[in-house]
Design a protein around this ligand. Structure first.
Ligand SMILES: [Zn+2]
Ligand SMILES: [Zn+2]
Length: 308
């Protein structure tokens, strides 16, 4: 099946394809041949066109205990694919559609999904641990010996084919380059959403962003789109600063060059009293946030974002 075909010879049958399987925590992924079952009601089977690596994949690849640790599994939750076949009760999607799987569910029917003030689907969002959204631990993946392989975050894009519930799908224009669109699955939407929807950054305000990975850059982009006047980037790696300017950062702080001063003191001096919004990338604050927490004076809104 190519990107434009509306017909699949595999419809209703399992597909044999290759996937990168994570069999043990921290061990290299292994490319194996697997079976991908046909989609059931409210599901589609997707041929993955492009997938990217998010830090959350790396985190769960390493973690040895917890509800989402279920080896073997197929990681990957940022991707763009084309629908190969659809299950029953799938409305709004058809074979050949270009789609973006997203780990966060949207049932479209509950009070929260219908409201513009919430993005926490009351029906589905509390369950991150099942394999399939409506079928619990039932998996659509089997290895060559017939054993189940676990899904990850309802996407599992490190496979040539995957099965995704329609509550985790967004239809895309076929004109969008797939390598750029894949980042909308998690990193870019998390960052822009944090600035735009969660913090609700106001025009002319001052924003500090801790950590300039993909999510942090997207936070700056969101703040810039909202009209922030000053966007301060804090990161240990100064090589990110030049790139940061393209995403809207106006000022930068490298904590290793702050000497005896706490980062909060440097920011107070730069802003004459503090910023309006402080958005911290979770992995970054793990390393450097202690000195900042001790001087929270002057901040109106705080937020922790992502795991990238
Ligand atoms: Zn819902
Ligand atoms: Zn992610």
């Amino acid at each position: 099946m190519d990107k434009t075909s509306l017909f699949s010879i595999h419809e209703g049958k399992p597909i044999r394809c290759k996937a990168a399987i994570s069999r043990k925590p921290g061990e290299a992924l292994v490319i194996e041949e697997i079976h991908v079952d046909p989609p059931q009601a409210y599901e589609v089977r997707i041929k993955i066109l492009c997938t990217s690596l998010c830090h959350t994949d790396v985190s769960f690849w390493k973690v040895e205990s917890g509800p989402l640790v279920r080896f073997p599994m197929i990681l990957g939750h940022e991707a763009v694919g084309v629908i190969e076949s659809i299950g029953e009760h799938v409305n709004g999607f058809q074979q050949g559609d270009i789609v973006l799987p997203v780990f966060h569910p949207h049932c479209e029917e509950c009070r929260d999904c219908k409201s513009s003030r919430s993005n926490w689907c009351a029906r589905f969002a509390d369950d991150f641990a099942s394999n399939t959204r409506r079928y619990g631990m039932t998996s659509r993946f089997k290895d060559s010996s017939g054993e189940d392989i676990n899904h990850f975050l309802f996407v599992s894009s490190f496979s040539e084919y995957t099965v995704v519930d329609i509550a985790h799908l967004v239809k895309l224009s076929p004109d969008i380059p797939v390598d750029k669109a894949a980042l909308l699955s998690c990193g870019v939407s998390t960052g822009i959403g944090a600035a735009w929807k969660v913090a609700n950054v106001e025009k002319g305000s001052t924003v500090a962003v801790f950590g300039l990975g993909a999510v942090g850059l997207a936070v700056a982009e969101g703040a810039r789109l909202r009209g922030a006047g000053k966007i301060i980037g804090v990161d240990l790696n100064p090589e990110k600063f030049e790139l940061g300017k393209k995403f809207g950062f106006t000022d930068f702080i490298n904590p290793t060059l702050c000497g005896e001063k706490k980062i909060s003191e440097v920011i107070q001096e730069m802003t004459r009293g503090g910023v309006d919004y402080k958005l911290r990338m979770r992995w970054f604050t793990f390393f450097i946030d202690r000195g900042f927490q001790q001087h929270p004076h002057g901040f109106r809104k705080n937020g922790n974002v992502g795991d990238r």
